[in-house]
Write a protein that binds this ligand. Structure first.
Ligand code: DX5
Ligand code: ZN
Length: 221
């Protein structure tokens, strides 16, 4: 399976967004990762519906929309997404997880179920027919620039094994949080397919976006 990179748009220089998107298109980003926070499910606010609309209008790259919001099933119509885009929702964010994932599929996108570091792998067991990917959070969601929760490396391995053994080998694993050049290599070996590149890699200081993307590509392949 081809390994993919999804640079995190909450880490771009907001004064240079257009230029940065052009650069990401040039240096082989596979998706644009967009963090949506509601100040309730996670203690922060970041990007929003208009930002997604602007990206859809101005870039051909598919989106990877990460909804860190309570009761996502009630808010899906607020967001612009479609064929080729991933939309992830958290298993912890709704009592109607299966309904919400189905609603994403009905709207034409690829549903992804996300789990926080403390959420056990069995939380995804009964929705595997309804997803194209599992997002294993490798930090607690809410902020960029946090340290990896070490137990999540083993968790990636566990999810990969579980998917492969239960007939869901086609379901991809995304990792999000402190995907540094070093951590990304371990995550890749553990079975991750999609790497959210934030302040730890693509937007790390001291090198260009282009150099960082090439270095990350090297460490995951
Ligand atoms: C965490 C966010 C990430 C963050 C990851 O909730 O989803 O997108 O930007 O980047 P790092 O951890 O490298 O700053
Ligand atoms: Zn994210």
């Amino acid at each position: 399976m081809k390994k993919m990179i999804a640079p995190s748009m909450m880490c771009v220089d907001f004064m240079e967004i257009g230029k940065c998107v052009r650069e990401l298109e040039r240096c082989g980003a596979d998706y644009l990762h967009i963090d949506i926070m509601d100040g309730s499910f996670v203690p922060n606010y970041t990007l929003g519906t208009d930002f997604i609309r602007a990206l859809k209008k101005n870039s051909t790259l598919p989106l990877d929309i990460h909804l860190m919001i309570e009761r996502p099933e009630q808010k899906l119509d607020w967001f612009t997404f479609g064929e080729g885009d991933y939309v992830s929702i958290h298993a912890e964010s709704t009592p109607h997880l299966q309904r919400a994932l189905t609603a994403i599929r009905v709207r034409g996108a690829k549903p992804m179920v996300a789990i926080n570091p403390a959420t056990p792998v069995c939380a995804i067991k009964h929705v595997l027919d309804d997803v194209d990917a599992v997002l294993v959070m490798t930090v607690n969601p809410g902020y960029a620039g946090q340290k990896l929760v070490p137990a999540t490396l083993e968790k990636i391995r566990e999810v990969r094994k579980y998917l492969d053994q239960s007939g869901y080998a086609h379901v991809k694993i995304e990792v999000d949080g402190n995907v540094s050049f070093e951590n990304a290599s371990y995550m890749s070996k553990a079975g991750a397919d999609i790497f959210v590149a934030g302040s730890s890699s693509a937007f790390a200081k001291g090198a260009t976006l282009d150099q960082n993307m090439a270095r990350l590509r090297e460490s995951i392949e």
